[in-house]
Ligand binder design. Structure first.
Ligand code: GAR
Length: 197
């Protein structure tokens, strides 16, 4: 059984997709044991609490320095020692200590076809704003392993999504979530849990 720690910052629709995929059997041999948010107001925490999953809020606001915050985050992860850490809309740069401690055991979902529209400053809606500004006709999502860089780790899965005339960043974000993110993130977890990835 692959024990998962899921890190979130916002709405948690990707967390929900993971929980639903476990319920429906699309993900087997895996369980979400803990959800950590850097944001106390994240609706993702409600989704986890509704399932009686352990939740933790570790917010930079509650620590005197960035290094104290990072130590708390790493300490919480190391204490639980999950088999896999899933960044599901986690808008915090993962501390080096955590990357070293969990080398090859952290994956991230990014809402574009990496290497397009990724790296520093590209997160959430900004990714879709940039894709529309550039006028691409195809975008999508990527699941990748996390290394010390920003969106630079080895790619596990990608799925393309069409950009349609009249798309706003919000409309495109929703289509990328529905058609790509909520599919390939559960697929990646199932693949890892069952030794295929
Ligand atoms: C998702 O679109 C995810 O791909 C993105 O944040 C959103 C979180 O939504 N992540 C990044 O941009 C990471 N660079 P959610 O909270 O509803 O899952």
């Amino acid at each position: 059984m692959l024990r998962l720690l899921v890190c979130v910052s916002g709405g948690g629709t990707n967390l929900q997709a993971i929980l639903d995929a476990i319920d429906s059997g699309k993900i087997t041999n895996a369980a979400v044991e803990t959800v950590i948010s850097n944001n106390a107001g994240a609706y993702a925490l409600e989704r986890a609490r509704a399932r009686r999953i352990e939740t933790l809020c570790i917010s930079p606001k509650d620590y005197a320095s960035r290094s104290d915050f990072e130590a708390a985050l790493c300490g919480a992860a190391e204490k639980r020692n999950p088999d896999l850490i899933v960044l599901a809309g986690f808008l915090v740069k993962v501390p080096e200590r955590m990357i070293r401690a969990f080398e090859g055991r952290i994956i991230n979902i990014h809402p574009s076809l990496i290497p397009a529209f990724c790296g520093v400053g590209y997160y959430g809606l900004k990714v879709h704003e940039a894709a529309l500004a550039r006028g691409v006709k195809i975008t999508g999502a990527t699941v990748h392993y996390v290394d010390a860089g920003m969106d630079t780790g080895p790619i596990l899965l990608q799925k393309a999504v069409e950009v349609k005339p009249g798309d706003t960043p919000q409309i495109l974000q929703r289509r990328v979530m529905e058609e790509a993110e909520w599919q390939i993130l559960p697929q990646a977890i199932d693949g890892i849990a069952n030794g295929r990835l």
